[in-house]
Structures are given as C-alpha cells and as structure tokens.
Design a protein around this ligand. Structure first.
Ligand code: FMN
Length: 183
C-alpha cells in the first residue's frame, strides 16, 4: 500500500513550542501508512512580495515549500493563536502557497487545522482564520478535522483522551475522500 504524506505547517517558531511538540507527537503516532512531514524553514521564508515571486526567480525557500506541499496528499496546520488570529509565520506560508494566482499549490488539497493555546478557547479564531485563508487559496477544508484544544485544565501532550482526539483528527483528514482530491 502506498504511503500517504501529510505536509504539516507549524505556526510557532518557539524552541519549546507546545504546538511543535504536538505536531511531533502526531507524526510519531501517525496511522500506519501515513507520514506526517513537518515542514521546516518557515522562519526563513521572506515575507510574501509579488515583486520577488517571479517565474524565473522565486525565492528558493518558497519554491521548496511549494514543491513539498504540492506533492503531499494532505495539509495539516498545527498552530497557536496570536492576537485573535493565526501567527504571521503560518499566514505567510499560506500566502506563498496561494500564488501564482490561478495555480495555487493548495488547490484541491484536503486541509485540516488543529492546535492548542492556554486559554479556554484553544485558539479557535486562529484555526477558523487559517481554514478560511486556506479555502480562499483553493484548499478543501475538512471542517470536522478542526480541533482547538485548550490547555487550561489539561496537559495536552500527555492526556490520553486529548491525544486520541487529535490523532483521530489526523486519521479523518487522511481518510477524507472527494471526487476531485489532488494527488
Ligand atoms: C504575540 C502573541 C499573541 C498571543 N495571542 C493569543 C491569543 O489571541 N489567543 C490565545 O489563545 N493565545 C494567545 N497567545 C498565547 C499563545 O497561545 C501561547 O503563547 C502558546 O503557548 C503559543 O504556542 P506555542 O507553545 O506552540 O509556541 C499569544 C502569544 C503571543 C506570543
């Protein structure tokens, strides 16, 4: 059976990021036949600028990002929330993936978003915004994959029920089928 690769965009650059650790946990406990490919280097992506996004000379980091995400079967964002929306690093990655206009790397890609923050809302505005942005960029948002997990009363990385819920979200993203799913 062929391997399903899920490109994972982590919205925190912090060395001790809970969301990065969550992405690593989900990678390490991925379903059989599924690879979670954590995309590094988002900090080195320049801010999106149409002047430097030219067919012959797009930044190497952006070209690599498009290639890595474009060849994945699914895309998963694992992200905290900053000031009521997604962190700029994730927004910037989605912007790069969304262009050139009309040939977005995200077109037809099943997209899910999960994450955790230390508030009662668990980052739901961030997750809603990331989903809306990805959808506008052409992704097929798998709504029931979204998990905005509060860490106020729970140790997200070690609570068996929370981990099971998040692992289930990954499984649902992988299992999602539609007529026009991209490769
Ligand atoms: C600039 C900034 C803005 C933040 N705004 C929010 C927010 O709007 N909502 C929220 O739930 N948490 C907010 N937080 C707290 C983050 O959710 C928290 O720091 C979280 O642990 C970051 O995730 P990480 O551990 O993966 O880095 C903010 C943190 C920073 C640094």
């Amino acid at each position: 059976m062929s391997e399903t690769r899920v490109a994972v965009l982590v919205g925190s650059l912090r060395a001790d990021s809970v969301n990065r650790k969550l992405a690593e946990l989900l990678r390490d406990q991925a379903p059989a036949g599924v690879t979670l490919d954590l995309i590094d280097g988002l900090a080195e992506l320049p801010f999106y600028n149409e002047d430097i996004d030219t067919p012959d000379a797009a930044p190497a980091r952006a070209v690599a990002l498009r290639e890595r995400v474009g060849t994945a079967a699914r895309v998963l964002a694992v992200t905290p929330e900053y000031n009521g929306t997604m962190p700029a690093v994730l927004n910037n990655a989605i912007d790069w993936l969304s262009r050139p206009y009309g040939v977005s790397t995200l077109t037809g890609k099943p997209f899910g978003v999960v994450g955790t923050t230390p508030t009662q809302y668990g980052g739901k505005w961030s997750h809603a915004d990331a989903a809306r942005s990805a959808k506008i960029a052409g992704a097929v948002v798998v709504e029931d994959v979204t998990v905005s997990q509060s860490s106020v009363d729970v140790d997200v990385l070690h609570d068996p029920q929370v981990v099971a819920k998040l692992r289930d979200a990954v499984a649902r993203l992988v299992d999602f089928q539609q007529e026009t799913v991209a490769a």
